[in-house]
Design a protein. Structure first.
Length: 238
C-alpha cells in the first residue's frame, strides 16, 4: 500500500511538473512591483506605498488570470484611470485566487494546489485514461475477433472431420457389403462342391448296391435253374 501511495504521489507531481514546464516555455505576461506602484500612483495622483503583494516564490498563485491579462490595452492607449482600475482588478483576482486554494492529500502528505491546477491534472488524467481505454478497446476487439475466428475454425474442422467420417463409413459399408457378397458366393460354391461330392458318393453307393444286387440275382437264378434240373432228373429216375 505504501508503495502504491508513493507511486501515486510521484505520478501527480510528474504531471504537475509537466504543467509548470509548459507554463515556463509559454510564460504569461506579469506585472512587477514598481510598475504596479507607478500605475496606482499615477491613477490617484498621490504617493502610494508599496503594498504587501505576493512574491515570486508563490509560484502559480502569484500569476494573474488569463482574462485579466488579455484585457490589458497597449502602451499608447493606456490612460491613468484605466490602468489603475485594471491593476486593482488584477490584485483582487490574485487575492481571491489565493483564498481558493484546494487541498489534496496523498497518503500522509498534504499537498496544496492553486486554483486550476487540479482541474488541469484531472484533464490530463482523463486524457491518459482515454488513451488507455482506446488501447484496451483495441485489444478487446482483436481478442474478440481472434476468439470468433478460432471458434469458427473449430466448427469448420469438426464439420470436416464429420464429413470425412461419414465418407469413410460409407466406403466401409460398401466394402463390407462387397465382402459379404463375395463370402456368400464363395460359401455357395463350396457348398455346391460338397453337395456334388455327396451326390457322386451316393450315386457310387447306389451303383455298387445295384451291381451287387444284379450279381446276387444271377447267382440265385443259376442256383435255382440247377436245382430245377436236379429235381427233374430225380423225378425221371424215380
Amino acid at each position: 500500500p505504501n508503495r502504491l501511495k508513493h507511486d501515486k504521489f510521484l505520478f501527480r507531481y510528474g504531471l504537475l511538473g509537466s504543467i509548470r514546464s509548459r507554463q515556463k516555455s509559454n510564460p504569461l505576461p506579469t506585472l512587477d512591483r514598481p510598475m504596479i506602484i507607478r500605475l496606482l500612483g499615477a491613477g490617484a495622483n498621490t504617493d502610494v506605498h508599496e503594498p504587501d503583494l505576493p512574491t515570486e516564490s508563490d509560484q502559480l498563485g502569484s500569476l494573474p488570470s488569463d482574462n485579466s491579462l488579455s484585457s490589458l490595452p497597449s502602451d499608447d492607449m493606456l490612460d491613468v484611470r484605466t490602468a489603475c482600475n485594471l491593476v486593482l482588478g488584477i490584485l483582487l483576482d490574485m487575492s481571491n485566487s489565493s483564498e481558493e486554494e484546494k487541498q489534496c492529500q496523498v497518503g500522509r502528505t498534504r499537498i496544496y494546489f492553486k486554483k486550476g491546477v487540479l482541474e488541469g491534472l484531472e484533464e490530463m488524467r482523463q486524457d491518459v485514461v482515454q488513451q488507455y481505454a482506446v488501447k484496451v478497446q483495441a485489444v478487446a476487439r482483436r481478442w474478440i475477433s481472434r476468439n470468433v475466428y478460432h471458434h469458427l475454425r473449430d466448427k469448420v474442422s469438426k464439420l470436416q472431420a464429420l464429413w470425412r467420417a461419414c465418407f469413410q463409413f460409407r466406403r466401409f459399408k460398401g466394402g463390407r457389403w462387397s465382402t459379404v457378397i463375395l463370402q456368400a458366393h464363395a460359401r455357395r460354391r463350396q457348398a455346391y462342391r460338397v453337395v456334388q461330392a455327396w451326390r457322386r458318393e451316393f450315386a457310387a453307393v447306389k451303383l455298387q448296391s445295384r451291381a451287387r444286387a444284379i450279381g446276387a440275382m444271377q447267382i440265385f437264378k443259376q442256383s435255382r435253374s440247377a436245382a430245377v434240373r436236379l429235381q427233374c432228373i430225380l423225378r425221371c429216375i424215380v
